[in-house]
Design a protein around this ligand. Structure first.
Ligand code: BGN
Length: 308
């Protein structure tokens, strides 16, 4: 069925997702945020600390929803009656697209529940006006989400891509996955065979074996092709299923297109040389600001260029 991609407020998605429990959930999120602040911010100095904080300890109170799922503040979901095949962190690199998010979540949450996955939503927000760096945000999301829970599968999701069929399974496989066989803006095809953008899935081991993602792509384009090269470089193969089950629609933008990464051709040529020295091995960033929302955990981070 065609999704309705018209703008809806986040409160509307909350009501769809939680039904009559929405009030209880909003209160729980408020309480959890206060606990989180106590733990992460020193009362006397106001400084942020980077103590490891643990999922079960902090994200309370947990709520049993009426669909066999346990919910924890910050958008964390766990099935009650079965052990999930994959524990999935959905990482959404983000800046400014506040109207996209409720539309995407409104479709993804029911879909992931149907698939009986354990899942958490992380919005990784670039908290500055530098050129957007999608791949570096992916690294931050990977490292920070693992402080909360030991996820084994990471789905990296563009905020404006909505899957059209809930049989598009968001668990991982041994190899990296590309979840998309076609998209409306390209007449439900892909631009090129080696396209590895928009919605991808990698296991924790996959990500470690490619040294995470490149930190050097500032601006639009190239980072996904670089990741494709990394995957090939270490001898992994990408799985992609064909057919309409794996189609997406793009939520239309009403904004200027993002500035290009002008150096992307040059960077891409040298991808192989950077694999070992650029990624998880060299990333540095200031302590992010965490905020729990009803539908997701927001990780806001001021990323800057790193010298290689
Ligand atoms: C490609 C971009 C991708 C982008 C797709 C789809 C580059 C690198 C130079 C060849 N790659 O051309 O990043 O996802 O288009 O829009 O620009």
């Amino acid at each position: 069925m065609k999704p309705d991609l018209n703008v809806i407020p986040i409160a509307h998605t909350e009501e769809i997702v939680f039904g009559h429990l929405v009030g209880e959930v909003r209160t729980a999120v408020k309480v959890a945020n206060e606990m989180l602040r106590k733990k992460l911010v020193d009362d006397k100095t106001g400084n942020k600390t980077d103590t490891d904080w643990h999922f079960n300890e902090l994200l309370k109170p947990e709520i049993k929803t009426n669909d066999s799922y346990r919910y924890l503040p910050g958008g964390h979901w766990k099935p009650i009656n079965c052990s999930p095949k994959w524990k999935v962190a959905i990482l959404i690199p983000f800046r400014d697209r506040f109207f996209h998010l409720p539309i995407l979540l409104r479709y993804l949450i029911p879909m992931l529940k149907k698939q009986l996955l354990q899942f958490s939503f992380f919005v990784i927000e670039q908290a500055n006006k530098n050129l957007f760096n999608r791949a570096m945000l992916m690294n931050v999301g990977f490292l920070e989400s693992l402080k909360i829970f030991d996820y084994d599968c990471f789905v990296i999701h563009d905020v404006d891509h909505v899957p059209l069929d809930d049989r598009n399974y968001y668990g991982c496989t041994d190899m990296p996955r590309h979840f998309m066989s076609g998209v409306d803006k390209w007449k439900y095809k892909l631009l090129y065979k080696n396209f590895f953008g928009a919605v991808t899935g990698l296991t924790k081991e996959n990500i470690r074996s490619i040294n995470g993602f490149p930190n050097v792509y500032w601006g639009w384009g190239g980072e996904d092709d670089d990741i494709w090269k990394r995957v090939k470089d270490v001898g992994l193969n990408i799985t992609r299923y064909e057919g309409p089950v794996y189609h997406y629609d793009v939520i239309r933008h009403h904004h200027k297109s993002a500035p290009l990464a002008k150096d992307r051709f040059e960077l891409l040529r040298r991808s192989h040389d950077r694999l070992k020295k650029d990624g998880l091995s060299n990333i540095v960033y200031p302590i992010p600001v965490y905020e729990l929302h009803t539908l997701y955990t927001n990780i806001s981070v001021d990323i800057n260029r790193i010298k290689i």
